[in-house]
Design a protein around this ligand. Structure first.
Ligand SMILES: Cc1ncc(COP(=O)(O)O)c(C=O)c1O
Length: 401
């Protein structure tokens, strides 16, 4: 449903008497440092970690309730039914005005990356080419190569948008000799936070159709579109019927430790999805499905409060960089809680993250892992408090002296 302003309709906004507080300002650093997840255990305690995509938020209350209730009941068996798909369907209708999540054309998968692997196995053969838009989320390379497919890069343009001339050449090469090939689209795009427009996605569908390329859209960041942009599901554009989408509540509600995700097939891909081996559905955890379903069904107000906080952090980062690191260039993300910083003018070589870590004691993602276009860049995670962001930029600037 769409409001008169064209903004997606919301059940409740962040304003109002019973609105949740900004979840990004709830947890002090000493409490966060007690966490045992990757973000907090990879570097020594004097390092400020703003790298891997975990958020510094408490568990959303509806998720905590659902998990606690399940534990109280001993409901810790295997997942059953289509509750996750139904929750995503309701969310997609409300947020994106889209009715394309049809439970019969979905499959639960362990997580988005393993879901991508399983879907790519359905639509390509060993040795096939998988096209990606670099710079892109590093596991796109590792997982695709590990499954005996080749990655071909169609780099984004300097504004972080799809370069259709590059995409067409790459499609042409990928499909040469009649080989089945696929396009792993990241929508919204990680690390640039680009939200692809309806026109861009329709152009993708048309080009993919022309070259017989199957589109697999990673839409894990879809609920995390910030003020000023609107998410368009790939499967909602004309010509996308043979595509797949991978969706999950894991990024938006910080549930990566509670494994589950959904593969959604377009109408023309239903027969392919039906070939997905039954054992794939043994991977997601029942508690994961319960947690993700609760986030989608009851976590709307919490999500809105998060998005408002991320929007503030996005502005804060731009202001801090302008003041303290004016040589660093960046295009503010339209979505995700990540920002992609072009540090090439700092003269720190290909891997400025190494300097920020060694001298600044702040951990960012090195751009080199993101493929062509990543050298000289870093990715910073904004899903934290404004105080941590201020301290991180202060440390980055101090590391240059
Ligand atoms: C674009 C993208 N895809 C997939 C993932 C990982 O998702 P999952 O943990 O469900 O495999 C991430 C995590 O940050 C991501 O940014």
């Amino acid at each position: 449903m769409t409001s008169p302003t064209g903004e997606p309709a919301r059940t409740r906004g962040p304003e109002g008497p019973d609105a949740p507080a900004n979840p990004l300002t709830r947890l002090p650093l000493d409490e966060l440092r007690r966490r045992t997840s990757m973000k907090w255990r990879t570097y020594p305690p004097d390092v400020l970690p703003l790298w891997v995509a975990e958020m510094d938020v408490p568990v959303p209350p509806p998720v905590a309730r659902a998990i606690t209730d399940a534990l109280a009941l001993g409901d810790t068996g295997y997942p059953a039914g289509t509750v996750y798909a139904e929750a995503l369907d309701a969310f997609a209708r409300e947020r994106w005005d889209w009715d394309g999540v049809v439970a019969e054309r979905t499959a639960i998968v362990p997580d988005v990356m393993l879901g991508i692997v399983e879907v790519l196995k359905l639509v390509t053969d060993p040795g096939a080419t998988v096209v990606v838009n670099s710079p892109v989320y590093p596991p796109f390379y590792a997982f695709v190569e590990h499954m005996d497919r080749k990655v071909a890069e169609a780099p984004l343009d300097p504004y972080g948008r799809i370069d259709f001339a590059a995409l067409e050449i790459t499609f042409q090469e990928a499909a040469a000799g009649g080989r089945r090939a696929a396009y792993l689209l990241c929508s919204p795009h990680n690390p640039t936070g680009t939200v692809h427009s309806r026109a861009e996605l329709a152009a993708v569908a048309q080009l993919a159709d022309e070259y017989g390329i199957r589109v697999v859209a990673d839409e894990i960041h879809a609920p995390l579109v910030l003020r000023g942009a609107r998410f368009v599901p790939y499967l909602s554009v004309p010509g996308a019927e043979s595509g797949f989408s991978l969706m999950s509540a894991s990024k938006a509600w910080n549930l990566a430790g509670l494994k589950a995700a959904l593969a959604v097939a377009g109408p023309g891909a239903a027969a392919d999805l039906a070939r997905m081996p039954e054992e794939v559905s043994h991977g997601p955890s029942h508690l994961g499905v319960i947690a993700h379903t609760a986030g989608l069904r009851e976590g709307g107000a919490w999500l809105d409060a998060l998005l408002a906080g991320l929007d503030e952090n996005r502005t804060l980062l731009a202001d801090l960089l302008a003041d303290e690191l004016p040589q660093v260039r960046h295009i503010a993300p339209q979505a995700t809680y990540l920002a992609w910083l072009d540090c090439r003018d700092l003269g720190l070589g290909d891997d400025p993250a190494a300097r920020f870590l060694d001298r600044g004691r702040v951990a960012l993602n090195s751009g080199t892992a993101f493929g062509t276009g990543g050298a000289g860049h870093v990715r910073i995670n904004l899903a934290t408090s404004p105080e941590v962001i201020k301290e991180a930029v202060r440390r980055m600037a101090a590391s240059l002296g």
